[in-house]
Design a protein around this ligand. Structure first.
Ligand code: XMP
Length: 525
């Protein structure tokens, strides 16, 4: 639990796939909230967290089963507003004296419902719905098997849909609200309004801003680190860069960054990172030029997983070697984000908690006996970008596409050689330049070139060429877990292919990869 001084909203998670979106909607409203799995929330937790309001999330379980998850009953005794969503609505009704029934039934109380639905208002007026019904009905997203067949005492109905007569109910005297649909998803277009109304009537000040976060994070880093030294592995990616700048602002030269150049970076990348941090921020920075080491060990290796293992191990060795130069560092800084630390609820084989923990330099803290400083643990990716802007990092740096740790090694299927890497770097630079010139960079999650392990015949001028083929990749994605290829126009693709072939010696054929993920992956290896 964080030690921030803001009003806090607690989201009790029952395992819905979209619980994180609730947090996103609230953060957009400058409200600080945390997601905690139902089975970690007890009375003591509630006392310590002291929420100003509570949201009960959706979830896959069925309230009608005895073993189904419940929040502590004291949630309803704290005198704070509670909003139940989908499963959260049903659990609320069941616990407060209403009735929930499972499965499909015809007529009467309602049926299972998945997908788009329309909710119409009743004659009753509800503060939660202020400004919500722009017309006589609102589109919402339903996803429920069970349904409420009798609302709890004290509740009234404020919205109905053809299959959900209790789509919106509330006990206005206690500020308990319950909706059958998911206001947090995109398919409930006006859903953010409900959250806005909920936090307003709960009395939140909306003071969770990036400048407030910056001040508090700096104070927290100072309190944690004291006069000790911190080392930070800098990759040039957004997360580690923002973490480094924030920590540097907090403790100045007690922080040293280590930037490992493994020879698998993009054109101009090492210079860009070193110039920015050392020259612009005046930050102690060790530029570890270890290209010979990495490329030497990778010589003749073509298996993708072997490449990854070699790079991962060497990275740790090199980092450790250079960290010794810092002497007596006691802390390691990492750019871990909130989605990496949220405890997720799993229902397979009974409720269990899995914590996904993300270590950029896996295993290092234990091995080196270092403690962790993770100042971005509270933030989502777009909040990290906002913090980066707040800290004055250049927009071009903040908006960069993700770049994998193994770098160009996994964009060079087959054996890695220096000449191939040089060709790849040049082609990639032309491709990205094209994307930027056409104003498409920010629409794309990730774009890069892969150099293929195949030579093809071409004709340039009057001569025969026998050079490498390359593949362009560009995808849209929300989180990298699934992806669609980007629908470039034929004009763009044609112009880009011509530029690459004309400007990059060594490539005479350009292809565009139109595979989605799944079944493909974003990277070629
Ligand atoms: P895939 O290729 O698995 O990529 O669809 C999903 C996202 O992860 C990145 N990626 C990696 N990042 N080490 C990393 O740090 C890796 O070994 C690695 N492999 C893939 C990829 O660039 C994309 O953003």
């Amino acid at each position: 639990m964080t030690e921030l001084s803001h009003d806090r909203l607690l989201i009790i998670d029952f395992g819905s796939q979209v619980t994180q979106l609730i947090a996103r909607r609230l953060r957009e409203l400058n409200v600080f909230c945390e997601i905690h799995p139902f089975n970690t929330v007890d009375d003591a937790f509630l006392d310590a967290f002291d929420p100003k309001a509570v949201i009960l999330s959706g979830g896959p379980a069925s309230v009608v089963h005895d073993e189904s998850p419940r929040p502590p009953t004291s949630v309803f005794d704290r005198g704070v507003p509670v909003l139940g969503i989908c499963y959260g609505q049903q659990v609320m009704m069941q616990m407060l004296g209403g009735k929930v029934e499972g499965g499909k039934i015809s007529g009467g109380g309602g049926t299972a419902e998945f997908g788009r639905a329309y909710v119409a208002p009743t004659d009753n007026k509800l503060d939660l719905l202020d400004g919500w019904f722009a017309t006589d009905r609102e589109q919402v997203w339903m996803s429920h098997g069970d349904h409420v067949s009798r609302i709890a005492p004290g509740f009234e109905v404020f919205g109905t849909s053809p299959n959900a007569p209790y789509a919106i109910t509330a006990d206005t005297s206690r500020h308990f609200y319950a909706v059958q649909f998911h206001p947090e998803v995109h398919h409930t277009p006006n859903g953010a309004k409900l959250y806005e109304n909920f936090i307003r009537l709960a009395g939140f000040k909306g003071d969770w801003t990036m400048s407030a976060y910056r001040e508090e994070a700096i104070a927290a880093i100072r309190a944690q680190v004291g006069d000790q030294k911190v080392i930070c592995g800098l990759s040039g990616g957004v997360d580690s860069s923002v973490a480094a700048v924030l920590i540097h602002e907090a403790i100045g030269d007690q922080l040293t960054c280590v930037f490992v150049d493994h020879g698998l970076l993009r054109k101009g990348e090492a210079e860009e990172v070193v110039t920015m941090f050392r020259d612009n921020y005046n930050m102690p920075l060790i530029h570890a030029d270890e290209q010979d080491l990495f490329l030497g060990e990778l010589d003749g290796v073509s298996d993708p997983e072997t490449k990854r293992k070699i790079i991962g191990k060497l990275f740790i060795d090199v980092f450790q070697k250079h960290a010794k130069e810092v002497g007596d560092a006691t802390f390691l800084a990492q750019g871990t984000l909130y989605p990496d630390v949220i405890e997720s609820v799993s229902f397979s084989g009974g409720p269990s908690v899995t914590i996904k923990s993300h270590h950029n330099v896996g295993g290092l803290p234990e091995k080196m006996g270092l403690k962790l400083v993770e100042p971005l643990r509270e933030l989502f990716k777009d909040e990290v970008r906002a913090l980066g802007r707040e800290l004055g990092l250049p927009p071009s740096f903040i908006g960069r596409h993700p770049f994998p740790g193994p770098g160009l090694a996994i964009r060079c299927p087959g054996e890695i050689t220096r000449p191939k890497l040089d060709i790849l770097r040049e082609a990639d630079a032309v491709y990205i330049d094209q994307i930027r010139k056409h104003g498409l960079y920010d629409e794309i999650w990730q774009a890069f070139v892969a150099i293929l392990p195949v030579r093809t015949v071409g004709v340039m001028g009057d001569g025969r060429t026998y050079d490498f083929a390359c593949a362009l990749r560009a995808v849209t994605s929300v989180d990298g877990m699934t992806a669609d290829y980007y629908p470039f126009t034929h004009e763009f693709l044609g112009e880009t292919a011509t530029r690459i072939i004309n400007e990059v010696p060594g490539i005479n054929r350009v292809t565009y990869d139109i595979t989605s993920k799944p079944p493909g992956t974003i990277e070629w290896e």
